[in-house]
Design a binder for this molecule. Structure first.
Ligand SMILES: C[S@@+](CC[C@H](N)C(=O)[O-])C[C@H]1O[C@@H](n2cnc3c(N)ncnc32)[C@H](O)[C@@H]1O
Ligand code: SF4
Length: 388
């Protein structure tokens, strides 16, 4: 590829998961507005719930997620009290209207929760909201956190999709990103969730990490394929040290340049396609029988704050600090600081501090952007990059 084109492709651009994007949110959309939007839900609405766990017991240097390291469990216990309070308040405002189609536990690391705390959250949700019988429950899993008790707890809350962070299997890369995770540990978790009947396994892989080469990326993809995931996400490493201080632990001299990043993404994608996976959007690959691949082929794929999804819910309720909710009327984001979030929700309050009401013009632009993101074209149906 021409170097100037590679450099252009390597520029930072908005990662559209909504339109307007979060930098356009403003403080006029607050708890009072969010309260009205929750109360305006209708009986036939389907709801997708997102729960954010803003803690990890160890920080990976590459991470750009909204999380904080804690070596002690007390802050997590305090946080969970707040999260339960928010669940109760939101559920009372929804007032039994709408049914839950999907739940996503993200973070941070939901799997750093003690098993009894995972079960208590799952129970609180089912006691507070009306669930569809085939509701999908997905959980972001940090394989190093996992043990038998946590695997059992996730099965008990009805997890249907396990999404494991892998990033890269090369020990040199892992050391540079402070994320040591053996293939065998990852395999044990995949086997553990499958033996408990979990129907779908996703693996997150990254390119553009320190010390990654085309060869090391190929080797990681080859090992990932041995685990026969139903889906894989292939993200480009976002190096944003001005926003995430711990990324300064990564020496920029170790990072591949734009042309190398592009080559790594292409070689990884080719391997997945050759192995029979279908490309979904610009960063996912799925077995042709997986719901995401089916949605891509049938023109029902969507994109929301969690990325590509087959879930068609128009209402997404985000719980926890920094979480974003999506309503017909607009978007509302919770206070990002965990302690402040806790103070806002503890007495039956909501934690929305910014957002945006959608105009018809926003809706049209949002529809166009989503269409291009999921089909790479505006009109007609895209048949999906193919498979052998
Ligand atoms: C909330 S995180 C991970 C969940 C879990 N804590 C774990 O580490 O496995 C979800 C995914 O975001 C991706 N991610 C995190 N930081 C990133 C960055 N700087 N650039 C690109 N992707 C990133 C990783 O692939 C990660 O698995
Ligand atoms: S990648 Fe996962 S485990 Fe690592 S710091 Fe980020 S959220 Fe925590």
């Amino acid at each position: 590829m021409r170097p100037e084109l590679a450099a252009r492709l390597g520029e930072n651009v908005p990662r559209y998961t909504s339109y307007p994007t979060a930098p356009h949110f403003h403080p006029a959309i607050d708890a009072a507005v969010c309260r009205e939007w929750l109360q305006a839900l209708e009986g036939g609405d389907e709801i997708s719930l997102y729960l954010h766990i803003p803690y990890c017991d160890k920080l990976c240097w590459f991470c750009a997620c909204h999380t904080k390291q804690t070596r002690h469990y007390e802050p997590v216990t305090t946080y969970l009290r707040s999260l339960h309070a928010e669940i109760a308040t939101v559920a009372s405002l929804v007032g039994g209207k709408g049914r839950v189609r999907a739940v996503h536990f993200g973070g941070g690391s939901p799997t750093m929760l003690r098993p009894e705390d995972m079960v208590a959250l799952g129970t609180a949700l089912r006691d507070s909201f009306d669930f569809l019988p085939d509701a999908k429950i997905s959980v972001e899993i940090e394989p190093n956190d996992m043990d038998e008790a946590r695997l059992d707890a996730l099965a008990e809350i009805g997890m249907t999709r396990a999404s494991l962070g892998v990033q890269d299997f090369d020990p040199k890369v892992q050391k540079a990103i402070n994320r040591e995770q053996s293939f065998l540990q990852t395999k044990a978790v995949v086997d553990g969730v499958r033996s408990r009947g979990v129907e779908s396994v996703n693996l997150d892989l990254l390119y553009g990490l320190p010390h990654q080469t085309r060869e090391s990326v190929c080797s990681t993809v080859a090992q990932a394929l041995i685990l026969e995931p139903d889906r894989m996400a292939l993200f480009g490493y976002a190096h944003v040290p001005w926003f995430k201080k711990h990324q300064t632990m990564i020496d920029e001299a170790w990072l591949p340049n734009s042309a190398e990043r592009f080559a790594q993404s292409q070689i990884a994608a080719d391997l997945m396609l050759k192995a029979g996976y279908q490309a979904v959007g610009f960063d996912h690959f799925a077995r042709p029988s997986d719901a995401l691949a089916v949605a891509a082929r049938t023109g029902t794929l969507h994109r929301n704050f969690q990325g590509y999804t087959e879930d068609r819910c128009q209402t997404l309720i985000g719980l926890g600090p920094s979480s974003i909710s999506q309503f017909r009327q607009g978007y509302a984001q919770n206070m990002p600081a965990t302690a402040e979030y806790g103070r806002m929700v503890e007495d039956g309050g909501l934690a929305a501090v910014r957002g945006i009401a959608l105009s018809d013009d926003d809706r049209v632009r949002g529809w166009i952007i989503e269409r291009v993101d999921v089909r790479f074209r505006l009109l007609g149906r895209r048949s999906g990059r193919t498979l052998r």
